[in-house]
Design a protein. Structure first.
Length: 366
Protein backbone atom coordinates (compact mmCIF):
# COMPACT_ATOMS: atom_id res chain seq x y z
CA UNK A 1 0.00 0.00 0.00
CA UNK A 2 1.19 3.55 -0.71
CA UNK A 3 2.34 5.79 2.10
CA UNK A 4 -0.58 7.74 3.58
CA UNK A 5 -1.15 10.45 6.14
CA UNK A 6 -4.75 10.18 7.39
CA UNK A 7 -6.81 12.59 9.47
CA UNK A 8 -9.90 11.02 11.09
CA UNK A 9 -12.68 13.53 11.85
CA UNK A 10 -15.15 12.33 14.52
CA UNK A 11 -18.69 13.56 15.12
CA UNK A 12 -18.92 14.17 18.89
CA UNK A 13 -22.33 15.87 19.17
CA UNK A 14 -25.09 14.84 21.58
CA UNK A 15 -26.63 12.77 18.78
CA UNK A 16 -24.07 10.14 19.75
CA UNK A 17 -26.16 9.18 22.81
CA UNK A 18 -28.80 7.65 20.51
CA UNK A 19 -29.04 3.86 20.99
CA UNK A 20 -30.28 2.87 17.52
CA UNK A 21 -26.77 1.56 16.78
CA UNK A 22 -25.98 -0.58 19.84
CA UNK A 23 -24.65 0.20 22.27
CA UNK A 24 -24.75 3.87 21.10
CA UNK A 25 -23.83 5.87 18.02
CA UNK A 26 -20.81 7.32 19.83
CA UNK A 27 -19.46 3.98 21.03
CA UNK A 28 -19.95 2.51 17.55
CA UNK A 29 -17.95 5.49 16.22
CA UNK A 30 -15.14 4.88 18.73
CA UNK A 31 -14.89 1.21 17.74
CA UNK A 32 -14.81 2.14 14.05
CA UNK A 33 -12.05 4.73 14.57
CA UNK A 34 -9.91 2.19 16.48
CA UNK A 35 -10.13 -0.36 13.67
CA UNK A 36 -9.38 2.30 11.06
CA UNK A 37 -6.20 3.69 12.58
CA UNK A 38 -4.93 0.20 13.46
CA UNK A 39 -5.49 -0.90 9.87
CA UNK A 40 -3.75 2.18 8.48
CA UNK A 41 -0.72 1.83 10.73
CA UNK A 42 -0.35 -1.90 10.07
CA UNK A 43 -0.65 -1.46 6.30
CA UNK A 44 2.62 0.48 6.18
CA UNK A 45 5.15 1.15 8.92
CA UNK A 46 5.56 4.77 7.77
CA UNK A 47 1.85 5.64 7.72
CA UNK A 48 0.62 8.29 10.16
CA UNK A 49 -2.82 9.05 11.62
CA UNK A 50 -4.29 12.10 13.37
CA UNK A 51 -7.68 12.65 15.06
CA UNK A 52 -9.92 15.69 15.55
CA UNK A 53 -13.50 16.24 16.76
CA UNK A 54 -16.06 18.16 14.67
CA UNK A 55 -18.63 19.56 17.14
CA UNK A 56 -19.24 23.23 16.40
CA UNK A 57 -19.22 23.84 20.14
CA UNK A 58 -15.88 22.13 20.70
CA UNK A 59 -13.89 21.53 17.49
CA UNK A 60 -10.55 20.22 18.74
CA UNK A 61 -7.38 18.60 17.39
CA UNK A 62 -7.02 15.57 19.68
CA UNK A 63 -3.86 14.14 18.10
CA UNK A 64 -1.61 15.42 15.35
CA UNK A 65 -0.20 13.02 12.78
CA UNK A 66 1.64 10.18 14.49
CA UNK A 67 2.21 6.40 14.36
CA UNK A 68 1.53 5.77 18.08
CA UNK A 69 -1.63 3.67 18.34
CA UNK A 70 -1.64 3.75 22.14
CA UNK A 71 -1.76 7.55 22.10
CA UNK A 72 -4.60 7.54 19.57
CA UNK A 73 -6.55 5.04 21.64
CA UNK A 74 -6.14 7.19 24.70
CA UNK A 75 -7.37 10.44 23.15
CA UNK A 76 -10.63 8.97 21.81
CA UNK A 77 -11.44 7.63 25.27
CA UNK A 78 -11.35 11.15 26.73
CA UNK A 79 -13.70 12.79 24.19
CA UNK A 80 -16.86 14.45 25.59
CA UNK A 81 -20.15 14.74 23.71
CA UNK A 82 -21.26 18.34 23.28
CA UNK A 83 -23.43 20.42 20.94
CA UNK A 84 -26.19 19.63 18.46
CA UNK A 85 -24.41 20.14 15.12
CA UNK A 86 -20.97 19.69 13.60
CA UNK A 87 -19.00 22.21 11.57
CA UNK A 88 -18.23 19.94 8.62
CA UNK A 89 -16.65 22.65 6.48
CA UNK A 90 -14.30 23.97 9.16
CA UNK A 91 -13.32 20.43 10.21
CA UNK A 92 -12.31 19.45 6.67
CA UNK A 93 -10.32 22.68 6.25
CA UNK A 94 -8.40 22.12 9.51
CA UNK A 95 -7.71 18.51 8.54
CA UNK A 96 -6.31 19.68 5.17
CA UNK A 97 -4.06 22.16 6.98
CA UNK A 98 -2.73 19.38 9.23
CA UNK A 99 -2.04 17.17 6.21
CA UNK A 100 -0.29 20.00 4.44
CA UNK A 101 2.28 20.12 7.28
CA UNK A 102 2.80 16.33 7.40
CA UNK A 103 6.41 15.32 8.26
CA UNK A 104 6.84 13.01 5.24
CA UNK A 105 6.02 14.76 1.96
CA UNK A 106 5.88 11.40 0.16
CA UNK A 107 2.74 10.44 2.06
CA UNK A 108 -0.58 10.72 0.25
CA UNK A 109 -3.23 12.84 1.95
CA UNK A 110 -6.52 11.35 3.14
CA UNK A 111 -9.41 12.46 5.39
CA UNK A 112 -12.00 10.09 6.89
CA UNK A 113 -15.05 11.85 8.30
CA UNK A 114 -17.58 9.94 10.47
CA UNK A 115 -20.92 11.74 10.72
CA UNK A 116 -24.02 10.72 12.72
CA UNK A 117 -25.78 14.12 13.06
CA UNK A 118 -27.61 16.31 10.47
CA UNK A 119 -25.39 18.65 8.42
CA UNK A 120 -26.02 22.40 8.38
CA UNK A 121 -24.20 23.02 5.05
CA UNK A 122 -26.20 23.01 1.85
CA UNK A 123 -25.20 21.14 -1.30
CA UNK A 124 -23.50 24.14 -2.93
CA UNK A 125 -21.25 24.69 0.09
CA UNK A 126 -20.28 21.01 0.17
CA UNK A 127 -19.53 20.95 -3.57
CA UNK A 128 -17.30 24.01 -3.21
CA UNK A 129 -15.50 22.36 -0.28
CA UNK A 130 -15.03 19.16 -2.30
CA UNK A 131 -13.47 21.01 -5.23
CA UNK A 132 -10.95 22.70 -2.91
CA UNK A 133 -9.96 19.35 -1.41
CA UNK A 134 -9.58 17.82 -4.86
CA UNK A 135 -7.44 20.75 -5.97
CA UNK A 136 -5.13 20.12 -2.99
CA UNK A 137 -4.88 16.39 -3.89
CA UNK A 138 -6.71 15.33 -0.72
CA UNK A 139 -8.90 12.20 -0.81
CA UNK A 140 -11.97 12.29 1.45
CA UNK A 141 -13.98 9.29 2.66
CA UNK A 142 -17.28 9.92 4.47
CA UNK A 143 -19.22 7.53 6.73
CA UNK A 144 -22.85 8.58 7.30
CA UNK A 145 -24.46 6.76 10.22
CA UNK A 146 -28.27 6.62 10.11
CA UNK A 147 -28.99 10.18 8.86
CA UNK A 148 -30.99 9.92 5.61
CA UNK A 149 -31.23 13.67 5.06
CA UNK A 150 -27.45 13.83 4.63
CA UNK A 151 -27.28 11.28 1.81
CA UNK A 152 -27.98 13.48 -1.23
CA UNK A 153 -25.66 16.28 -0.13
CA UNK A 154 -22.87 13.88 0.79
CA UNK A 155 -23.24 12.10 -2.58
CA UNK A 156 -22.69 15.42 -4.34
CA UNK A 157 -19.68 16.05 -2.11
CA UNK A 158 -18.17 12.59 -2.82
CA UNK A 159 -18.68 12.92 -6.59
CA UNK A 160 -16.87 16.25 -6.74
CA UNK A 161 -13.96 15.29 -4.49
CA UNK A 162 -13.39 11.91 -6.12
CA UNK A 163 -10.29 11.59 -8.28
CA UNK A 164 -9.53 8.22 -9.90
CA UNK A 165 -11.80 6.46 -7.39
CA UNK A 166 -9.79 7.64 -4.37
CA UNK A 167 -12.80 8.88 -2.35
CA UNK A 168 -15.87 6.99 -1.13
CA UNK A 169 -19.19 7.45 0.67
CA UNK A 170 -20.55 4.73 2.98
CA UNK A 171 -24.06 4.99 4.41
CA UNK A 172 -24.89 2.71 7.33
CA UNK A 173 -28.64 2.35 7.76
CA UNK A 174 -30.38 1.51 11.00
CA UNK A 175 -30.51 -2.24 11.53
CA UNK A 176 -27.81 -2.96 8.92
CA UNK A 177 -25.48 -4.34 11.56
CA UNK A 178 -22.27 -3.19 13.24
CA UNK A 179 -20.95 0.16 12.01
CA UNK A 180 -17.36 -1.03 12.40
CA UNK A 181 -17.99 -4.17 10.32
CA UNK A 182 -19.69 -2.16 7.56
CA UNK A 183 -16.84 0.34 7.35
CA UNK A 184 -14.01 -2.18 7.56
CA UNK A 185 -15.53 -4.25 4.73
CA UNK A 186 -16.15 -1.16 2.56
CA UNK A 187 -13.79 0.35 -0.08
CA UNK A 188 -12.57 2.77 2.60
CA UNK A 189 -10.54 -0.01 4.18
CA UNK A 190 -10.46 -3.03 1.86
CA UNK A 191 -7.30 -1.93 0.03
CA UNK A 192 -5.37 -1.52 3.28
CA UNK A 193 -6.69 -4.81 4.68
CA UNK A 194 -5.74 -6.70 1.51
CA UNK A 195 -2.23 -5.28 1.56
CA UNK A 196 -1.88 -6.03 5.25
CA UNK A 197 -3.04 -9.63 4.85
CA UNK A 198 -0.93 -10.34 1.77
CA UNK A 199 2.24 -8.43 2.50
CA UNK A 200 2.49 -8.27 6.28
CA UNK A 201 0.26 -11.04 7.60
CA UNK A 202 1.57 -14.58 7.32
CA UNK A 203 4.91 -13.42 5.86
CA UNK A 204 5.72 -11.22 8.87
CA UNK A 205 5.86 -14.17 11.24
CA UNK A 206 5.74 -13.10 14.91
CA UNK A 207 6.84 -9.51 14.25
CA UNK A 208 4.32 -6.91 15.45
CA UNK A 209 4.49 -3.81 13.20
CA UNK A 210 3.16 -1.69 16.07
CA UNK A 211 5.90 -2.74 18.46
CA UNK A 212 8.78 -2.60 15.96
CA UNK A 213 7.76 -0.61 12.85
CA UNK A 214 11.35 -0.32 11.55
CA UNK A 215 11.83 -4.09 11.52
CA UNK A 216 8.40 -4.61 9.96
CA UNK A 217 9.22 -2.11 7.20
CA UNK A 218 12.60 -3.77 6.54
CA UNK A 219 10.92 -7.17 6.21
CA UNK A 220 8.26 -5.74 3.90
CA UNK A 221 10.87 -4.18 1.62
CA UNK A 222 12.84 -7.41 1.55
CA UNK A 223 9.73 -9.35 0.52
CA UNK A 224 9.01 -6.86 -2.24
CA UNK A 225 12.57 -7.13 -3.60
CA UNK A 226 12.34 -10.91 -3.57
CA UNK A 227 9.05 -10.76 -5.46
CA UNK A 228 10.57 -8.46 -8.10
CA UNK A 229 13.55 -10.80 -8.53
CA UNK A 230 11.24 -13.78 -9.06
CA UNK A 231 9.22 -11.87 -11.64
CA UNK A 232 12.41 -10.88 -13.49
CA UNK A 233 13.63 -14.51 -13.55
CA UNK A 234 10.30 -15.73 -14.92
CA UNK A 235 10.35 -13.07 -17.65
CA UNK A 236 13.89 -14.12 -18.72
CA UNK A 237 12.89 -17.80 -18.91
CA UNK A 238 9.84 -16.98 -21.04
CA UNK A 239 11.98 -14.89 -23.41
CA UNK A 240 14.54 -17.70 -23.69
CA UNK A 241 11.84 -20.22 -24.59
CA UNK A 242 10.46 -17.91 -27.27
CA UNK A 243 13.93 -17.45 -28.80
CA UNK A 244 14.48 -21.21 -28.95
CA UNK A 245 11.37 -21.73 -31.06
CA UNK A 246 12.01 -22.26 -34.78
CA UNK A 247 10.66 -19.66 -37.22
CA UNK A 248 8.36 -22.31 -38.71
CA UNK A 249 6.75 -22.97 -35.32
CA UNK A 250 6.66 -19.36 -34.32
CA UNK A 251 4.61 -18.12 -37.27
CA UNK A 252 2.90 -19.66 -40.35
CA UNK A 253 4.36 -19.17 -43.78
CA UNK A 254 3.24 -15.84 -45.20
CA UNK A 255 2.01 -15.50 -48.77
CA UNK A 256 3.54 -12.97 -51.12
CA UNK A 257 1.71 -10.05 -52.66
CA UNK A 258 1.10 -11.94 -55.95
CA UNK A 259 -0.61 -14.83 -54.13
CA UNK A 260 2.34 -17.27 -54.41
CA UNK A 261 4.33 -18.67 -51.53
CA UNK A 262 8.10 -18.52 -51.41
CA UNK A 263 8.42 -22.17 -52.46
CA UNK A 264 6.14 -21.67 -55.47
CA UNK A 265 8.07 -18.59 -56.56
CA UNK A 266 11.31 -20.61 -56.42
CA UNK A 267 9.83 -23.34 -58.63
CA UNK A 268 8.65 -20.73 -61.11
CA UNK A 269 12.12 -19.11 -61.27
CA UNK A 270 13.76 -22.48 -61.93
CA UNK A 271 11.29 -23.21 -64.73
CA UNK A 272 11.91 -19.86 -66.43
CA UNK A 273 15.68 -20.33 -66.28
CA UNK A 274 15.34 -23.70 -68.06
CA UNK A 275 13.36 -22.24 -71.00
CA UNK A 276 15.01 -20.92 -74.19
CA UNK A 277 15.55 -17.30 -75.11
CA UNK A 278 12.39 -17.33 -77.24
CA UNK A 279 10.27 -18.10 -74.17
CA UNK A 280 11.81 -15.51 -71.82
CA UNK A 281 9.42 -12.77 -72.96
CA UNK A 282 6.32 -14.90 -72.21
CA UNK A 283 4.42 -13.88 -69.04
CA UNK A 284 4.96 -15.99 -65.93
CA UNK A 285 2.05 -18.34 -65.13
CA UNK A 286 -0.09 -17.23 -62.20
CA UNK A 287 -1.28 -20.71 -61.27
CA UNK A 288 1.35 -22.84 -59.45
CA UNK A 289 -0.01 -25.94 -61.17
CA UNK A 290 0.68 -24.39 -64.59
CA UNK A 291 4.18 -23.37 -63.49
CA UNK A 292 5.17 -26.97 -62.84
CA UNK A 293 4.20 -28.24 -66.35
CA UNK A 294 6.98 -27.64 -68.95
CA UNK A 295 6.13 -25.63 -72.09
CA UNK A 296 6.75 -27.61 -75.33
CA UNK A 297 9.14 -26.02 -77.83
CA UNK A 298 9.76 -26.81 -81.53
CA UNK A 299 13.11 -28.41 -82.22
CA UNK A 300 15.00 -27.60 -85.41
CA UNK A 301 15.89 -30.68 -87.51
CA UNK A 302 19.50 -31.61 -87.17
CA UNK A 303 21.46 -32.50 -90.33
CA UNK A 304 22.24 -36.16 -90.79
CA UNK A 305 25.86 -37.23 -90.40
CA UNK A 306 25.95 -38.87 -93.91
CA UNK A 307 24.88 -35.65 -95.67
CA UNK A 308 27.60 -33.68 -93.88
CA UNK A 309 30.15 -36.30 -94.88
CA UNK A 310 29.11 -36.20 -98.58
CA UNK A 311 29.29 -32.41 -98.68
CA UNK A 312 32.75 -32.48 -97.11
CA UNK A 313 34.09 -34.96 -99.69
CA UNK A 314 32.65 -32.91 -102.56
CA UNK A 315 34.33 -29.79 -101.30
CA UNK A 316 37.69 -31.56 -100.98
CA UNK A 317 37.50 -32.98 -104.53
CA UNK A 318 36.91 -29.49 -105.90
CA UNK A 319 40.28 -28.40 -104.56
CA UNK A 320 42.89 -29.15 -107.31
CA UNK A 321 45.84 -28.88 -104.96
CA UNK A 322 44.40 -31.52 -102.68
CA UNK A 323 43.65 -33.82 -105.63
CA UNK A 324 47.17 -33.37 -107.08
CA UNK A 325 48.80 -34.30 -103.79
CA UNK A 326 46.48 -37.28 -103.48
CA UNK A 327 47.24 -38.60 -106.98
CA UNK A 328 51.00 -38.06 -106.72
CA UNK A 329 50.98 -40.24 -103.64
CA UNK A 330 49.74 -43.22 -105.68
CA UNK A 331 52.76 -45.18 -107.02
CA UNK A 332 50.71 -47.52 -109.26
CA UNK A 333 49.60 -44.72 -111.67
CA UNK A 334 51.85 -43.45 -114.44
CA UNK A 335 52.50 -39.81 -115.14
CA UNK A 336 50.15 -39.77 -118.14
CA UNK A 337 47.30 -41.27 -116.16
CA UNK A 338 47.78 -38.70 -113.39
CA UNK A 339 47.65 -35.78 -115.87
CA UNK A 340 44.45 -37.14 -117.46
CA UNK A 341 42.70 -37.32 -114.06
CA UNK A 342 43.73 -33.79 -113.09
CA UNK A 343 42.68 -32.36 -116.49
CA UNK A 344 39.28 -34.09 -116.23
CA UNK A 345 38.68 -32.54 -112.77
CA UNK A 346 39.61 -29.09 -114.07
CA UNK A 347 37.04 -29.38 -116.85
CA UNK A 348 34.31 -30.28 -114.32
CA UNK A 349 35.11 -27.17 -112.29
CA UNK A 350 35.03 -24.91 -115.36
CA UNK A 351 31.59 -26.06 -116.57
CA UNK A 352 29.58 -24.81 -113.60
CA UNK A 353 31.47 -21.54 -113.61
CA UNK A 354 30.79 -21.05 -117.35
CA UNK A 355 27.09 -21.69 -116.75
CA UNK A 356 27.06 -19.07 -114.06
CA UNK A 357 28.77 -16.52 -116.36
CA UNK A 358 26.24 -17.12 -119.16
CA UNK A 359 23.33 -16.68 -116.66
CA UNK A 360 24.76 -13.37 -115.53
CA UNK A 361 25.12 -12.15 -119.15
CA UNK A 362 21.49 -12.98 -119.89
CA UNK A 363 20.32 -11.07 -116.80
CA UNK A 364 22.29 -7.98 -117.93
CA UNK A 365 20.77 -8.15 -121.40
CA UNK A 366 17.28 -8.20 -119.97
Amino acid sequence: MALEATMICMDNTDWGRNGDFPPTRWESTQETVRLLFESKLQANGENMVGILTMSETRLEMLATLCADDSRLNTVIQNVKLVGEHIDFTKSIEIAQLALKHRPNRNQRQRIIAIVYSPLVEDEAQLVNLAKKAKKNSVAVDVVNIGVHENIDRLKAFAENVNNADNSHLVHVDIGAGSVADMVISSPINTAAMANNAGGMGDNMGNVDPNMDPELAEAIRQSLEEQKQMLQGTEAKEEKKQEDEKSPAEAAPQEERENGLTEEEELQQAILLSMQGKDDESAPAPQNPAEAVAPIPTEEKPKPKPEEKKVDLEAELLKNPDFVSELIEGLPEMTEDEKKKVISSLDKKDEKPSEGKDEAKKEEKKQ
